[in-house]
Design a protein around this ligand. Structure first.
Ligand SMILES: *Cc1c(COP(=O)(O)O)cnc(C)c1O
Length: 374
């Protein structure tokens, strides 16, 4: 009798695919070490959570509303975004998180053998999408961990269909200047789509950061991707969106599943968008705490990559995973970066002041015990 060989059924891309490694969940760690309290600074969520108006509004959703499919076209949320961003609704695609948006873009534009270009240390989802789709990944060398526009232009090959640029980049927190983005857009083939992944847009307070939505007019091959997972505090509900030329938006809509978002997520996003006071408060907290953490880590003799996001990446003189393990035992979850070939680094999401203080106290204890260096 013939034996099953189900593994062999995988496409060539999927055969060697290592799935995305999410940050360890707090519940998992509590069970593992029998801890009653865990501080998770590993996935760049908003430590204040969503606007209080969101939880209030979600409680009012009726059973009838839940029983019905969501509005496939997500008109209400699109209209709110349209007002907030001053782009017409036919530029907007709603996704189940912006990760789904990235995948929708790839599914609409990529076939096997096409190329996808991104930077070294670029967001881990880009190589996964490329591999799963059987696309070639063209990786541009980074400069001081940051995107380098010249290297990116050089890494755009004749088969490149998409360039993914996280701005600021996760996990490095580095960013691409508007002048560099324009240089890229000017130099490349007009049929290469440049995706600006702006997951941390709301935290940005530097001058020279691209006004990418304004650039859409001059560069219809540009796509801007944003999310409600970070500053808006809705990571658990999964809402992200793309802003693009209506012709590209139409292509994205063809591959989008008809009910890819859900009733709770759509209402939560709309409510969260309306409370800009909560966003301002969250951003202010993050920036203040990011400065505090950076200064304190420097005082411990650690080098921090300058970040404009709600996280910082710090260098140790030994494998970050060893420090990660020490911290786990003490109920703190950070993010190891081995999958980025940044073995000696850990990424720290900015948490509540008390959570950050606990981390800094534990790190100084580890330093005192000689456990921070190799
Ligand atoms: C967190 C993050 C996302 C957001 O993912 P969602 O699917 O919207 O939760 C997208 N891109 C980057 C670079 C990120 O860090």
């Amino acid at each position: 009798m013939q034996k099953y060989n189900l593994k062999k059924l995988a496409t060539s891309g999927v055969a060697d695919l290592i799935p995305y490694q999410p940050g360890l969940a707090a519940q998992q760690l509590m069970r593992q070490y029998q801890l009653t309290h865990v501080i998770k600074l590993a996935s760049n969520e908003n430590p204040l959570g969503p606007s209080p108006l969101v939880t209030e509004r979600l409680q009012q959703i009726s059973p009838q509303h839940i029983a019905r499919y969501p509005e496939s076209n997500a008109n209400d949320l699109k209209n709110s975004l349209s007002d907030a961003l001053s782009v017409s609704a036919n530029h907007i695609t709603i996704g189940n998180g912006s990760n789904e948006i990235l995948e929708i873009i790839a599914r609409a534009l990529i076939t096997e053998g096409d190329g996808i270009t991104f930077s070294q240390y670029g967001f881990a989802v880009y190589p996964l999408i490329a591999q799963a789709m059987g696309a070639r990944a063209h990786i541009a060398p980074a400069e001081n961990f940051a995107h380098n526009s010249r290297a990116l232009i050089e890494a755009i090959k004749p088969n490149t269909k998409i360039v993914f640029i996280a701005n600021p980049n996760n996990p490095t927190g580095t960013w691409l200047h508007q002048d560099d983005l324009i240089q890229i857009l000017e130099r490349i083939n007009k049929e290469v789509v440049v995706v600006m992944d702006e997951a941390y847009y709301d935290f940005v307070q530097v001058s020279g950061y691209p006004d990418s939505i304004a650039l859409l007019k001059a560069y219809p091959n540009l796509v801007v991707v944003r999310t409600f997972s970070k500053a808006y505090g809705l990571a658990g509900l999964r809402v992200g969106y793309a802003i693009a030329h209506p012709e590209l938006t139409d292509l994205f809509n063809r591959v989008r599943q008809p009910f890819n978002s859900n009733v709770f997520a759509l209402i939560a996003a709309e409510t969260a968008l309306a409370d800009q006071e909560h966003i301002a408060k969250s951003v202010q907290l993050v920036i203040q705490e990011r400065d505090k953490i950076t200064t304190a880590l420097n005082a411990l003799g650690l080098i921090v990559i300058p970040s404009i996001g709600n996280f910082v990446t710090v260098a140790f003189s030994k494998p970050g995973r060893e420090i990660y393990e020490q911290l786990l035992q003490r109920g703190l979850i950070l993010r190891p970066l081995d999958n980025y070939n940044m073995r000696d680094y850990l990424r720290i999401s900015i948490g509540l002041p008390q959570e950050n203080d606990t981390l800094l106290t534990v790190l100084s204890e580890l330093k005192y015990q000689g456990m921070l260096s190799g």
